[in-house]
Design a protein around this ligand. Structure first.
Ligand SMILES: C[S@@+](CC[C@H](N)C(=O)[O-])C[C@H]1O[C@@H](n2cnc3c(N)ncnc32)[C@H](O)[C@@H]1O
Length: 259
């Protein structure tokens, strides 16, 4: 990676900053941090708590189980993070709260968010945050219809998706453009050595060296996986003539196979 300019800055509000080592120290994302393509600043709302015990949570009004993150330490952390981002010249940053009630993260959402240079992400714990903090939040995002114990893993999930879209992060920039969902389809099947594994052979076309045939085979595989595993994606996709023809072929082949 040759890029030396920071392309995205993340300021994360978390009670468990160490968890972010999983992202900043490993794999493709770890390299992006080491190469300064991405910058990460961790804010612990406890540092902004004014009482002796550094309290950040309290019981909820109206009763009920669980504790809630208090407004003041969070808002002070957001304001400090905003000040820091604008001091380094970031003016189009977004404050995001990771929460199950947010908009579902998707490839489309990742592309939309990747227009921003800076993110201030609240990774909350307990039952979530005091509702009044939402006056400082630009967007709520969920990673799926299930509940995790904290916002750190959801924040890291979103950050990883954003980082791998950046130029210079993947060894081959093209590979992000060929991933599932990018063109509205699932990825095609892949094979590596050996050529024969437990009597199962790599499809002949992939050994042919004929680029056009390989492109067509891969497109058909993509369509086949999508049609079988995620037909809902096809409802939203405008198929090219070539894709429509291949899909028809797949459907005929499947019908013949089931007879
Ligand atoms: C135990 S959860 C709170 C769940 C909350 N009481 C509810 O039912 O929506 C604690 C925190 O984990 C994070 N979290 C849990 N599931 C999430 C999801 N699917 N997407 C994004 N964040 C999530 C949020 O930051 C949330 O405030």
């Amino acid at each position: 990676m040759k890029n030396s300019k920071v392309l995205i800055t993340f300021d994360i509000l978390t009670l468990m900053p160490e968890m972010f080592l999983a992202l900043s120290d490993y794999g493709v994302t770890g390299r992006a941090f080491r190469e300064n393509i991405v910058s990460l600043n961790l804010w612990n709302p406890r540092e902004f708590s004014t009482d002796l015990h550094k309290t950040v949570d309290d019981r909820t009004y109206g009763g009920g189980p669980g504790m809630l993150m208090m407004a003041e330490p969070l808002v002070k952390s957001i304001e400090a993070a905003k000040k820091r981002q604008s001091a380094v010249g970031i003016n189009n940053s977004k404050v995001i709260h990771m929460t199950p009630r947010g908009k579902l993260l998707s490839h489309k959402k990742v592309k939309e968010l990747s227009e921003c240079e800076g993110f201030i992400i609240i990774a909350s714990r307990y039952e979530g945050i005091d509702e009044r903090v939402n006056d400082w939040v630009d967007e709520e995002i969920s990673i799926g219809d299930y509940v995790l114990s904290g916002g750190e893993l959801p924040a890291m999930t979103m950050m990883d998706c954003l980082i791998r879209q950046l130029p210079g992060v993947l060894n081959d920039d093209e590979s992000a453009t060929q991933d599932s969902f990018v063109n509205g389809l699932l990825d095609h099947s892949h094979f590596t050595r050996p050529e024969i594994f437990k009597k199962k052979k790599v499809p002949e076309v992939l050994l042919s060296g004929d680029h056009e045939k390989i492109r067509l085979w891969r497109l058909k595989e993509s369509l086949k996986h999508t049609w079988i595993k995620r037909p809902d994606l096809l409802d939203e996709k405008l198929l090219t003539k070539e894709e429509a023809r291949l899909l028809e072929e797949i459907q005929i082949e499947q019908e013949q196979d089931s007879i």
